[in-house]
Design a protein around this ligand. Structure first.
Ligand SMILES: Nc1nc2c(ncn2[C@@H]2O[C@H](COP(=O)(O)OP(=O)(O)OP(=O)(O)O)[C@@H](O)[C@H]2O)c(=O)[nH]1
Ligand SMILES: [Mg+2]
Length: 647
């Protein structure tokens, strides 16, 4: 990171204290607690890198490898969700471990007992109320002023893991984000990345792990898929590493990709450590001050209004509600129309693809000599899959593009409410008609969680972006590359209801965005070969080779018939499960937009009414004004850093 107007780190610390003091006088206890914690951490002069990722991506394995451990005593590894609490690793002359509990107690323990406090198995749901376990040791692979952190896996399985992570992420100076090649980035991982982005963490080291168990094609597909999603979330990474934490842990570091990852980390630390830590302090203080600043600005703007002005504001609000109503109806109609047109056209193409795929498979069988029938029968699952895949690839691609385009258009055209740094609220409708409401609306905006307009679309993108990302993620999986594993998981996700359940959450209105299809690792052979094998066996084709000679022609007919049935079966699932789910997804997206805007408008109105009925006295107004100005000036002079772009 480049420090633009401050070269020494006393600048950021002094500034942090200054902001803290203003917030203390404003009675913002939460914010001051956060800032004090950030200052203390900054003074420790250690760089904290957290390993983040969904459960089972290999975080603990990677840490053991980095720390040069032969066993997994310090960071237990498991096939089942393992880590249930945060562990910090710090360099020290001798090995030691201390458990810090939430109530302030601490307990020194042997390394062998670490798993009693950090694993789901022995400390389920963190019932022991562990805040953090700190492990020190002369770790051979570790830089002395580094703190490495193992975290519980993100994801809906254990909700409190997400809560722990959410609270912890802002403390990280940088992040190692782990994904795997066999599972494309899913909704949980997107959420996690968004948290990293929202915490303004400037440096993300990104690695695709477990490459030892994936085909090169799949790894490269995962890399480009991840790249696309990362840029959607707005996170820049210098490199996407391909690693095998397991091989590194087992001692084959050279081919594991670990050295390259570690090289990027040390080169970053060598060049940017001090500045990155300063930038983190400034980001944490700015974030802690954001809400209080909005509160103050909103309070101030409101206290300056007269009752008459407030009433005028209420009528201006109901005026804009009429415009909003027209606007949103047009937007919704357009969206619904284009969404269903895209799905209709996909449905059509699927039907055509079905005939074409059947034709391709049966003509392949028809072309086969009677003697070659046996080997064709064995290859049939592959033949069927390839035929289906090649027919569906293009329609799926078109579908993805159309759905993303519809959602982008909705996002742009739908009326939106934004808060200005002045504490005012602007309502954007079509034809750039903007209504600005006063400060009380601002207070409501704060309450409703409407982002600062200046915070830009990162926050404001909200559901729209989430949905767009989800659609991209959900539909990209349709176009997963021409590998057996890809199509296998595609089919299983269609057939086994992956998207179905993700979307039913949307249907109930509980999810803001469809969780994208989680690619199951079920290989093709389960998704397709299973039924094919079974059918063929049922027909006696595979089971009784001798019978072939008796009536080879009949066998050929049966083989053709069985293949047609298989193709039908797969397409049936697409038509009856996948396509209706896509339609529901469109409805849910509209529903989310509608509910959110309604809620925002309602709260703004309620708050204006409340301010009208309760006016502050002049002394209070002066105090608010003073604090507001001081905080605004302090935040405006925050030390500035340019985004980190190189390793
Ligand atoms: N094949 C392979 N398996 C790996 C690799 N890294 C980790 N694993 C395996 O994945 C499983 C989970 O590894 P962990 O290190 O416990 O994963 P984690 O991300 O810490 O999991 P949680 O703590 O539950 O979030 C274990 O069975 C590991 O052996 C790898 O590079 N290749
Ligand atoms: Mg773990």
């Amino acid at each position: 990171m480049q420090l633009a107007n401050n070269s020494a780190s006393t600048g950021p610390v002094k500034w942090a204290h200054q902001v803290n003091e203003i917030l203390r006088r404003s009675g913002e206890k939460n914010a001051t607690d956060q800032i004090e914690k950030a200052i203390t951490q900054h003074q420790e002069d250690r760089f904290l890198i957290a390993v983040l990722g969904k459960a089972k991506r290999g975080k603990s394995t990677l840490l053991n490898a980095i720390l040069g451990r032969r066993d997994d005593l310090v960071a237990p590894i498991d096939k089942l969700p393992a880590s249930s609490a945060i562990t910090r690793f710090v360099w020290g002359e001798r090995e030691a471990a201390t458990v810090f509990f939430r109530d302030g107690r601490r307990q020194d323990i042997d390394l062998a007992r670490i798993k009693e406090f950090v694993t789901e198995e022995l400390n389920p749901a963190n019932v022991k109320s562990v805040d953090v376990v700190e492990v020190t040791g002369p770790f051979p692979g570790m830089d002395k002023d580094l703190v490495l952190v193992d975290t519980p896996g993100a994801g809906s399985l254990h909700e409190y893991h997400d809560a722990i992570l959410h609270a912890f992420i802002p403390q990280a100076d940088a992040v190692i984000f782990l994904v795997t090649a066999r599972m494309p980035l899913d909704q949980d991982e997107l959420e996690l990345l968004k948290n990293v982005k929202a915490a303004d963490i400037g440096k993300v080291f990104f690695a695709v792990n477990r490459v030892d168990e994936a085909e090169t094609n799949d790894i490269e597909a995962a890399v480009s898929h991840n790249q696309q999603l990362l840029s959607q979330v707005g996170i820049h990474v210098s490199q996407i590493h391909r690693i095998s934490a397991k091989s590194a842990f087992q001692g084959t570091v050279s081919s594991s990709g670990l050295s390259e990852l570690m090289r990027e980390i040390s080169s970053f630390l060598g060049r940017h450590k001090g500045r990155a830590r300063d930038a983190r302090l400034v980001a944490r203080v700015s974030q802690a001050a954001e809400m209080p600043a909005q509160h103050l600005a909103a309070q101030l703007a409101s206290s300056r209004k007269t009752v008459v002005e407030l009433e005028a504001e209420l009528s201006s609000l109901s005026e804009s509600k009429r415009t909003i109503k027209q606007d949103r109806e047009i937007s919704e109609r357009e969206f619904t129309h284009s969404w269903s047109r895209a799905v209709d056209s996909f449905e059509h193409q699927v039907k055509d693809a079905k005939s074409a795929a059947k034709m391709a498979v049966t003509s392949r069988i028809a072309r086969t000599s009677l003697a070659g029938l046996g080997s064709v029968a064995k290859e049939l699952p592959t033949i069927i899959t390839r035929a289906i895949e090649s027919e569906l690839a293009a329609p799926a691609q078109t579908l993805e593009e159309s759905l993303s385009a519809s959602t982008r258009k909705l996002q742009v055209g739908y009326p939106s409410v934004e808060m200005q740094s002045t504490g005012e609220v602007s309502i954007r409708t079509k034809a750039s008609h903007t209504t600005v409401l006063g400060g009380m609306a601002g207070a409501a905006a704060v309450a409703t969680g409407i982002g600062l307009a200046s915070a830009g679309s990162a926050a404001a993108a909200g559901i729209a972006a989430a949905n767009a990302a989800a659609i991209a993620a959900a539909t990209t999986t349709i176009t997963v590359p021409s590998t057996i594993a890809g199509i296998g998981s595609l089919l299983s996700s269609w057939g086994l209801g992956g998207i179905g359940s993700a979307i039913s959450a949307l249907g109930t209105g509980t999810a803001t965005a469809a969780a994208p299809v989680a690619l199951t690792t079920t290989p093709l052979w389960v998704a397709v070969a299973g039924p094919v094998g079974w059918t063929l066996a049922g027909l006696g084709v595979l089971a009784v080779p001798f019978a072939w000679r008796a009536s080879k022609h009949k066998q050929k007919d049966r083989l053709e018939e069985a293949s047609r049935e298989q193709v039908d079966d797969v397409f049936q699932r697409v038509l009856t499960a996948r396509i209706p789910a896509l339609r529901r997804m469109g409805e849910s997206i509209i529903e989310e937009f509608r509910l959110r805007l309604d809620k925002q408008l309602r709260q703004i109105e309620e708050t204006i009414v409340q301010f009208k009925d309760h006016r502050p006295d002049s002394e209070k107004v002066m105090l608010i004004e003073k604090l507001n100005n001081e905080l605004r000036d302090a935040l405006a002079t925050a030390p500035r850093f340019e985004a980190q772009t190189s390793g």
